[in-house]
Design a protein around this ligand. Structure first.
Ligand code: FCB
Length: 471
């Protein structure tokens, strides 16, 4: 190791030790079912749209799938041990709908319930709080065959599924998220087609799926509450502060349209009770039928908003997804393996944007992290992912700054606990704070995981000290 690297690490570690987040701040890591579980048809699990989509030639960069992934279905105990070793108090995961209800509706699979029972019980025994997400993109294929998110009825099926899950796990799970990233699964799945179910239906597809997904959320919220009266219920949006590439009014208008599609469409619906008028006007005939009662259903009060944030968006006028007609500009800078600009301030800006415009009671950063090229364990037994370790310190400093200015940000979840199946990128762009050797399934906590764990530990002990509990 050169002395430069050693010195950089010392500086980074000092910055990590100086980071203190507010009282009660939650440090966790996030995953999703399809990306880690494997076992696609074990114990009666039904097929999901991702099981089906991965079989389409050419859609996954390395022609892989989540068929094995991290084999979490059999190795959940190892993953809990990793969470514990890093020192995290919370774990955000998702249920595979088709594991619990193989056809999406109707018969419940008791073996699927039993798997999540084991996971939840073992998390709690390890002192780790489960944060459950009901939908992280893996719609049961049987529902896709009936129109999927184009079919308004899917919203009701989702609410029924939420009732089953809340009944089964609500005695132990108190943090419930309905949907993960409706913008991405609706638009990448139905407008541009790079995610399952791989439809290329443009804006009409994106906006139709989005409305039904939001309806699903709104129907599920009171159902979860009725089953689990002491639950905190929320939703996770992927948001970016959008900046115009230039002062040209055409770019300013394109940035505003993009902000409308990705951010305001979802936030206004949930927190203000109606879609933004400029977007309703823009979408016009492309909108699905919106019934009189829909706005009120979607605006069911939530306890928190989860924000997934990976970058900012710099937009100019262009030709993508008419009538949105934008193009993404990539400013000069450092880019991750999935070609996202590394721009730590994005997290500070989005926290203020959400707080000032929508004032959710509580905000969680439910995902944040960075992709690199695949890594290897070095001879000294470490995985030296300095770029990722720096990323976490840089971004958590921005969270701490927003918190110190009064933004009610209550927790942070690293994306992701272990290297896993990164959707259309397959295994080519790992995001983990833990390395997985996919030949042997051996887990090795990376340098970023060590640094992140130190920040969590430091913040806890700092709080204990200021509460007079420390030595
Ligand atoms: C988010 C997804 C998550 C993961 C990260 C990198 O959009 O929620 O599953 O793929 O991006």
């Amino acid at each position: 190791m050169t002395s430069n690297i050693a010195n950089d690490r010392k500086i980074l570690e000092a910055r990590a030790s100086g980071l203190v987040l507010p009282q009660g701040f939650v440090f966790g890591a996030a995953t999703s079912a399809y990306q880690i579980e494997g076992a696609p048809s074990a114990d009666g699990k039904g097929e999901s749209i991702w099981d089906r989509f991965c079989k389409v030639p050419g859609v996954i960069t390395d022609a892989t799938s989540g068929d094995i992934a991290c084999d979490h279905y059999h190795r959940w105990g190892e993953d809990i041990a990793v969470l514990k070793a890093i020192g995290l108090g919370a774990y955000r995961f998702s249920f595979a709908w088709a594991r619990l209800i193989p056809e999406g509706t109707g018969t419940v699979n008791q073996k699927g319930i039993a798997f999540y029972d084991r996971l939840i019980d073992d998390l709690l025994a390890a002192g780790i709080e489960p944060y459950a997400t009901l939908y992280h993109w893996d719609l049961p294929q049987a529902l896709q065959d009936r129109g999927g998110w184009y079919n308004r009825q899917t919203a009701q099926h989702f609410a029924d599924y939420a009732a089953v899950a809340a009944r089964a796990f609500g005695d132990r799970v108190k943090k419930w998220t309905t949907l993960n990233e409706p913008w991405t699964f609706c638009w990448s799945g139905h407008a541009s087609g790079e995610d399952a179910p791989g439809l290329h239906d443009g804006t009409k597809g994106g906006v139709t799926a989005s409305h039904h997904a939001l309806l699903a959320h709104g129907l599920a919220v009171p159902i979860i509450r009725s089953q689990v009266p002491d639950a905190a219920v929320g939703i996770v949006f992927d948001l970016n502060v959008t900046e115009p590439a230039t002062d040209d009014p055409r770019d300013v208008a394109a940035a505003r349209r993009f902000d409308g599609a990705q951010n305001r469409w979802f936030l206004d619906a949930v927190f203000k009770g109606s879609y933004p008028q400029d977007m309703l006007d823009l979408y016009g005939d492309l909108l699905p039928p919106i019934h009189a009662e829909d706005n009120a259903i979607i605006a069911a009060p939530v306890d928190y908003l989860g924000v997934n944030i990976y970058r900012r968006s710099v937009m100019a006028e262009g030709t993508e997804l008419a009538p949105l007609n934008f193009q993404r500009i990539q400013p000069e800078g450092t880019y991750s393996q999935v070609n996202y600009e590394i721009w730590p301030r994005c997290i500070y800006d989005i926290l203020h944007y959400v707080h000032e415009n929508y004032a959710p009671k509580e905000i969680f950063i439910s995902e944040n992290g960075v992709a690199t090229a695949p890594e290897t364990v070095s001879a000294d037994g470490h995985v030296w992912d300095d770029l990722r370790a720096t990323y976490y310190v840089d971004h958590l400093e921005q969270v701490a700054k927003a918190a110190s200015e009064g933004v009610p940000v209550k927790g942070y979840f690293a994306w992701t606990l272990t290297d896993n199946f990164e959707w259309a990128y397959g295994y080519t762009t790992p995001f983990g704070i833990t390395h997985v050797d996919f030949e042997t399934q051996v887990r090795t906590i990376k340098y970023s995981g060590e640094i992140y764990g130190r920040i969590a530990a430091q913040s806890h002990s700092e709080r204990a000290r200021s509460a007079g509990l420390g030595r």
